[in-house]
Design a protein. Structure first.
Length: 170
């Protein structure tokens, strides 16, 4: 975060896969302000990639993070990695020059290990922007870092079934 804040360099891709956000240093990489810093360091057409620990999120947490990320990146695609129950959010400031089928094909071509990379698109830009518009869904910000406290709570309570957390695309 500090590097992106201080540098003037621009990037085609910024990928953030920090530790689980249970402490302030890691949690600050999941806030609206961090996403805004990253967005200013992207080249035109650049993409921000953000990991989320889906297995530690409730549906309310997921919606909060989709709103937080989607507020900064209006073109957000949300992918679920089935084998690990992780979420990958890909966001950009403008429309991507490639679609979900091309993304899936590129991942298949890059996978030279033969390891199963099962993933699925669970929300696209239109759906994420509907969540962004919801007044009852909070943002995760530097001043109100809700995620780091929710994650700890979630670690101490029984997990919500995955099916219940899936955003409903309508």
């Amino acid at each position: 975060r500090n590097y992106l804040f201080r540098t003037e360099k621009k990037y085609d891709v910024i990928s953030s896969e920090p530790s689980i956000p249970t402490s302030s240093p890691a949690a600050s990489l999941f806030t609206k302000e961090f996403f805004e810093i990253a967005s200013k360091r992207l080249n035109p057409g650049g993409v921000m990639c953000q990991w989320l620990p889906y297995y530690l999120l409730t549906s309310d947490d997921l919606h909060m993070m989709l709103k937080t990320f989607g507020t900064v990146f209006p073109y957000t695609y949300v992918w679920r990695v089935n084998t690990s129950n992780d979420i990958i959010m890909l966001g950009s400031l403008g429309p991507l020059s490639f679609g979900q089928d091309e993304i899936m094909e590129r991942v298949r071509n890059l996978n030279r290990t033969g390891y199963s990379l099962e993933y699925s698109l669970i929300a696209g830009p239109e759906h994420v922007q509907k969540i962004v518009q919801k007044a009852d869904v909070p943002l995760n910000t530097d001043d109100r870092p809700k995620l780091e406290f929710r994650i700890v709570r979630n670690m101490l309570t029984p997990a919500e079934p995955v099916e219940n957390k899936m955003p409903k695309m309508k």
